[in-house]
Ligand binder design. Structure first.
Ligand SMILES: [Mn+2]
Length: 290
């Protein structure tokens, strides 16, 4: 079976004919707790080859739009600044070729480069971040590009809506409290529990063109244990995909990433969920029939 997403034949996976391209960024230089996110992209590609190509919810064969898997970026040993620029340039190339970009991390800091590239094409861009963490630190472990600072850096590029958080530092709490309303909208798990309309509220806070970044630790660790920083009390599968389906319906999603998978040997449930999430989200974005 070809070593690409879903193990697709040439006809459905060559770059020229494909509507979407997958960029693997096996980088985990700044992770702080458990390392191994660099193995995330390969684990997602591997498990995708056992995924059904027929999407049972959408009743469609999404792969027929053409889905190209690029060679993994060479990022080992790169400093975060160089990584950011490499991801930005690669994403810009995908956009220039008129393909829909999908990034696989790697640690969360890979998202910053993609957001920069998309902002150049869509000046009104906003970002939807699904995450257990706010990632709003200004500096962490001496770096402004640490994965714990990713949302702070994104908020300096464009507006951001965060969903699913359940852990932050005092510094992050104070920073968020000092923000004039508008640029950063945070809907944490307590808001979700209290507010039946949270999905509409989150969606309404986004601009027309949206980039989605999914840190897999937004899911409950009973479902997705293979993350570097698991936090109890996370989102479930159905509420997450239902929310994302609504965002795709309301807005124009122009790219997404799935990050922070840190594979556990012999436990493939997290890898498989990540692969299925990618395919389902792509199916929402590219319905093959009306
Ligand atoms: Mn996180």
């Amino acid at each position: 079976m070809p070593k690409n997403f879903l193990g697709l034949e040439e006809d459905y996976s060559n770059f020229k004919k494909s509507k979407a391209a997958i960029l693997q960024v096996p980088y985990d230089k700044t992770t702080t707790y458990i390392h191994g996110a660099k193995d995330g992209p390969a684990a997602i590609i591997d498990s995708s080859r056992y995924l059904e190509r027929f999407d049972e919810e959408l009743n469609q064969e999404t792969f027929k739009i053409g889905l190209h898997t690029m060679e993994p970026l060479t990022v080992e040993g790169l400093e975060p600044e160089a990584l950011l620029e490499k991801v930005r340039a690669s994403t810009a190339e995908i956009l220039k070729a008129n393909k829909f970009p999908i990034l696989l991390g790697g640690e969360h800091s890979v998202s910053i480069g993609a957001v920069k590239a998309l902002k150049d094409v869509y000046p009104d861009l906003s970002v939807l971040q699904m995450d257990a963490h706010y990632d709003m630190r200004d500096v962490y472990f001496g770096s402004k590009l640490n994965h714990g600072c990713v949302a702070r850096r994104i908020s300096e590029i464009c507006p951001i809506v965060q969903v699913g958080m359940r852990s932050y530092s005092k510094e992050e709490k104070d920073f968020l409290a000092s923000q004039p309303n508008g640029k950063i909208k945070s809907i944490n798990v307590y808001d979700i529990l209290d507010m039946p309309m949270w999905k509409d509220r989150a969606s309404a806070s986004l601009s027309e063109h949206v980039y989605i970044t999914v840190d897999l630790d937004v899911f409950d660790p009973s479902m997705v244990p293979a993350v570097g920083t698991p936090e109890p009390g996370g989102l479930g599968w159905y509420e997450t995909i239902d929310f994302l389906k609504g965002v795709v319906k309301d807005k124009k999603v122009v790219g997404f990433d799935i990050v922070e998978l840190c594979p556990i040997k012999g436990n493939i449930a997290s890898d498989f969920l990540a692969a299925k999430l990618l395919y389902r989200l792509l199916g929402y974005i590219f319905p093959t029939k009306r």
